[in-house]
Structure formats: C-alpha cells, structure tokens
Ligand binder design. Structure first.
Ligand code: DLL
Length: 432
C-alpha cells in the first residue's frame, strides 16, 4: 500500500504550514526565473517579499492558458532545458498546444501523487493494472503508468483503442484495474456484450476513470455494466496531469494532493474568492513543481471544496465531482446548459443510451439546441408511433430539467462516434 499518512492525515495547521513554506519558495523562484511572471508581478506591484504565507495567495495574479500559449513552447519553464527530462502537451481545440516540462524531481513527485491516488482508490501491489489512457503527449497514459509502477502494481501499458484486444488481455492477464476515460469504459462494456462475455467472468474490480466530466448516473451505469467500483480521478496537464485529486473508496469527493497543488474556488466573473463550500471555478497553484510552476492557474472547471473529515481518515480537502467547465457551459437563449445535465436525464431513462451529441445552431438570431440520442437496441422499433412517443418523452424530460425548448432526434444504436479518449459531446455551429 502507498499511503503517505503523515501528509494525507495531517492536521489543517500542519498542512497550512507546509503550504505556506512551499508557496513562499515558489513565488521567489518564479519571480527570479520566469520573465512573464516577473512582469506580471511587477505590473501589479507584488514583490516576493509581500508573500509571507498561504493566506497571501489572493494577492498574486492569475495565470491562464493564454499565458502559456503566449510563451509557447518553453518560455514558461523555470529551469534550464538540460534539467527538463520530459515534456507533455495538451492539444486543445484551437491554436497552439500548451506545453509543460518536468524535471526529474517533478516526475518523482507526480508518480508519488498518482500512487497515492491509486492507493486511495483501493489499488494495491497485487493488482494487475491495465492503463488504457492514451500514451504520448497526453498525460493520461504515462501519468498512470508511472503511478502504478511506483505503487508496485503490475502495469499493462496497452494505451487507448483496439477494444477487442483490451478485452482479450483483460481476460488472459486477469486485469483487476482498468484506467481509462469513463466514456471509453462504457464502450468497453458495450463491446463485452457484443462479444457475449459476462463481466462476472472477468477479474476486473476497479476503474480509475477521469479526464472528462461524468455524472453520478454515468457512474452507476459503468458500475453495473462492468461490475466494478468506478473511481473518479482528476487532473490537468498544466498542473501535472492525472493525480491532482482522486476519490477514495468512499466515493464522496476527490481528495486533493494539496501539499503540492493548492486549490482555491473563485467567482469566474468577479475573480473574487467564493465563500467556503460554494461552487465556482477551481484555481490551482503548484507549490512544489520545478519545471513549470504555475500560480493561481484558472482551470475553468466548476466545483466546490469540502473541508469535512472523510470517513477514510484522510484530512486532505475534497473537491466535488466537476459540474463541467465554464467554457463547456453552453448559453442557449440566455440559459446556462451543461452537457452533464442532459447526460443525467438520458441515464435515468431506461430506453436511451448515454451516448449523445448536442448540436447548437443560430437561426435568425435565435439559438437552437438539437440533441441526438441513441436508443437502446430493444427499444429501437420500426413503429413510427412508438418512436414518436419516445422522442416526446425524452424532449419533455430534458426540457423540464433545462428550462428551454429543445429538439430531440433519435438515432440508431452505436451510430454516435465512440472514442478511446475524451468524448466529444458538443458541436456548436453558432457564429458568434
Ligand atoms: O485530462 C489529465 C487526466 C488524465 C486526468 C487521466 C485524469 C485521468 P488535460 O488533457 O490537460 O489533462 O485535460 C484537463 O480535463 O481541466 C477538466 O476539464 C477535465 N478533467 C480531467 N479529469 C476530470 C474529471 C487530463 N475527473 C481537463 N472530471 C480538466 C471532470 C475532468 N473533468
């Protein structure tokens, strides 16, 4: 087992002391080594001497993805390139990728944090872990890989895709843990059914699932279909990759490794800190990283922090399952819509599959939302009347949740594209 009890069960005061000491050092380091931070701080009149403890954090300027893009590729690194042993990058949907660099110590720190996460999730050195996140510039594959090795479990570095092979190895090697996106986990379940394999015949018992938002209903579906405990793991490449936070076996919020990644919740409009326990945008400061330290990085992810002690004994603050991203939030005719709300409705209905696509258009200055929904095989009937009734029912359920009118289009089972990585749920054709 890899449980760093000294840190993970530390008192709030002990954690605050570690955070303060590390923040002060980080601020000094970025000021001295990263020109854009020095400029940012000089512009706002903040000197490292003004940051004496973690309580001073709100005096510091925010960092955004644009800052990293402006310093593409290596301008945000705080150490010379000969100390960088690895780079990763996130592609993003537009523009230049965001590049991150790791020193040897960063890789060690990252591996330890992922190992902590796996341990929280109940994974142990006897486990056979199938890492089905993509390997490469994406942090998912290598991040989980280093973590499972650090923990001492057996690692199967299969990467994403080739689902039949995934299933074959799962059977032959007796994989007990699968690491992949939640949408890919569902796809694996679908292929298992197609292949006529009973999930009970597999040894799989845990899924370490993350890299995209997923609802509680989606968790239930995955747990039932794969007969596993589905654990939520969170992270972002800018901060380190997977391993920033993870659920323990209580599945009641993700413990943040806050001795390395200090979380804050802000109001995305006013940028002011939110009162404790309220939902807002998650902001992280890395307080131990060498390669690319980031201060107050705006994640755009929406969640809240829970400071109560967890049943598992860990005192590390928990973040609730992400509600979505502020930039994924669609504003349709003035109403905020999150794809996860629609996902939840579809999962509550027995006739539909959690595979859907939202298509947003603007006709004559009016936004329209069309939702393509996959119908379950047994409900996909040739009877037009039945399909019409089902369409009406889905439409009514979604409209009562969102409070806006939508168009629902039923599509045949397995027609919405499956991916081995992050699912694409929205096509926004509006020209804004
Ligand atoms: O997705 C790192 C990762 C890999 C996390 C594997 C977990 C497992 P990026 O590609 O940089 O990094 O994307 C980061 O993905 O800001 C969130 O919007 C979203 N995200 C990641 N984990 C979760 C999660 C990886 N558990 C962005 N729930 C983040 C909801 C998540 N959203």
């Amino acid at each position: 087992m890899y449980w760093n009890k000294k840190i993970e069960c530390a008192s709030r005061q002990a954690l605050t002391e570690i955070q303060s000491e590390r923040l002060v050092k980080t601020v000094k380091r970025v000021y001295e080594n990263i020109p854009y931070y020095r400029e940012k701080m000089d512009n706002t009149g903040i000197t490292p001497a003004k940051i004496k403890s973690i309580d001073d954090i709100s005096k510091l300027p925010f960092t955004t993805k644009t800052d990293l893009r402006d310093n593409y590729p290596f301008g945000a690194f705080a150490v010379p390139m000969n100390e960088i042993v690895r780079v990763h990058a996130s592609s993003g949907t537009t523009g230049r990728p965001t590049v991150v660099g790791y020193s040897k110590n960063d890789i060690e720190m990252w591996s330890e944090n992922v190992a902590r996460c796996l341990c929280m999730a109940g994974v142990n050195p006897n486990d056979m872990v199938q890492v089905a996140y993509g390997y490469g510039l994406f942090t998912g594959g290598l991040g989980l890989h280093y973590g499972t090795e650090y923990l001492g479990a057996t690692t199967i570095p299969i990467s994403g895709g080739n689902t039949k092979k995934q299933i074959q190895l799962m059977r032959d090697f007796g994989s007990t843990v699968i690491c992949c996106t939640p949408s890919y986990a569902l796809y694996i379940a679908e292929v298992l059914t197609e292949m006529g394999i009973d999930p009970d015949s597999l040894k799989l018992r845990t899924g370490i699932l993350g890299a995209e938002p997923w609802s509680e209903n989606m968790r239930k579906e995955i747990e039932q279909k794969l007969k596993i405990k589905a654990i939520d793991i969170y992270g972002l490449s800018e901060i380190v990759g997977p391993g920033v936070s993870c659920e323990c076996t209580q599945q009641a919020g993700m413990h943040v490794n806050e001795d390395h990644f200090y979380p804050e919740i802000i109001d995305p409009e006013t940028l002011k800190p939110m009162p404790p326990g309220e939902v807002g945008e998650l902001v992280f400061s890395t307080i131990s990283k060498e390669g690319i330290p980031l201060l107050r990085y705006r994640t755009r992810d929406l969640t809240r922090l829970i400071y109560d002690k967890c049943e598992c004994g860990r005192t590390l603050v928990r973040m609730e399952k992400c509600k979505g991203r502020s930039d994924d939030m669609l504003i349709i005719r003035g109403v905020n819509v999150f794809p996860s709300q629609i996902e939840s409705v579809l999962l509550e209905m027995s006739e539909t599959e959690p595979h859907y696509l939202l298509i947003v258009e603007r006709d004559d200055n009016l936004d329209t939302l069309k939702i393509q929904v996959e119908v379950q095989e047994q409900f996909f009937s040739d009877e037009i009347k039945e399909l019409q009734n089902l369409t009406k029912k889905i439409k009514a359920n979604i409209e009562s949740t969102l409070g806006i009118s939508v168009t629902v289009q039923l599509v045949e089972p397995r027609t919405i594209e499956r991916t081995a990585g992050k699912a694409k749920r929205v096509i926004d054709n509006r020209e804004l």
